[in-house]
Design a protein around this ligand. Structure first.
Ligand code: ADP
Ligand code: UDP
Length: 234
């Protein structure tokens, strides 16, 4: 498959059209951004690590019957994916309190949620990705009720699969963001699953192994992502 032209360049990835209308190449960049893009750095090695980690986690989900866009990893920093019409909705699942839920609701960090919480956000940088309800999704026609129900149920299936897999590797899946798209009428998981889009904590030490190291200027960023890769590929 040959890349033809860059269709979209985002903050962390480039989506390339290919000579096949059904497939795209998803290229992972070394750019790290946070706080609506106001914090930005280029971190050598990040793209390769996220491509590898994402490929492993998509492979795991595929094996468990989750419908994902992932076809195959084709180079250090690229994977072939099915081309989707992305929904303008981000789905966040939380097992443990961190980040915006603590700031927004005053919930104490590290509080456990059982059952997990599912939230929806509008994917819109200009509006700063606000949290939205299912009624907002309906009136804005972002997805049908059936698609909302399916996203929620897929997100919880993905949670069960990923949590178990990561627990066996001494990692706590704190929270994560998913993006879904449509292939015809079919809802398919797209985008990436990496320490950029998930929070992972070491189960024994509580050590942060994700993008919070960048957000909070903690250092040890590449070391933490490398450790995530080693554990997910073990
Ligand atoms: P952002 O748009 O937030 O800056 P990225 O740099 O991660 O994010 O860009 C990747 C873009 O590609 C996102 O907008 C995402 O919705 C989109 N995307 C992910 N998977 C697919 C797919 N299979 N088909 C089409 N678009 C996709
Ligand atoms: N997340 C993401 N992209 C976004 C917003 C959130 O990948 O645009 C991920 C984030 O890395 C975390 C989870 O979704 O794993 C929940 O993020 P939160 O709402 O706490 O926002 P934050 O304060 O971390 O930006």
């Amino acid at each position: 498959m040959k890349k033809t032209k860059a269709l979209y360049e985002g903050k962390a990835k480039i989506l390339w059209e290919t000579d096949s209308p059904d497939y795209m190449v998803q290229e992972f960049k070394n750019d790290a951004t946070a706080f609506d893009g106001t914090k930005h750095e280029v971190i050598a090695g990040k793209g390769v690590l996220n491509n590898r980690i994402s490929s492993h986690l998509f492979g795991l989900l595929k094996d468990k019957g989750v419908r994902t866009h992932f076809i195959e990893k084709i180079s250090d920093n690229e994977m072939v994916v099915e081309r989707l019409e992305m929904l303008r909705v981000e789905v966040v699942v939380r097992n443990v309190a961190a980040g915006s839920i603590c700031r927004r609701l005053g919930i104490e960090a590290l509080k456990r949620f059982d059952p997990p919480i599912v939230e929806f956000y509008l994917k819109d940088d200009d509006l700063h990705d606000p949290i939205i309800t299912q009624d907002h999704i309906r009136i804005m026609e972002l997805a049908t009720q059936e698609q909302v129900d399916q996203m929620r149920s897929d997100a919880l299936t993905i949670n069960t699969v990923m949590r178990g897999f990561l627990e066996q590797r001494d990692m706590v899946l704190v929270d994560y963001k998913l993006e879904f798209g449509l292939k015809g009428d079919e809802l398919v998981l797209g985008d990436e699953i990496s320490p950029d889009t998930c929070r992972f904590h070491d189960a024994k030490t509580g050590e942060i192994m994700d993008k919070d190291r960048f957000r909070q200027d903690m250092g040890g960023f590449i070391e933490a992502y490398t450790e995530v890769l080693e554990r997910v590929s073990s």
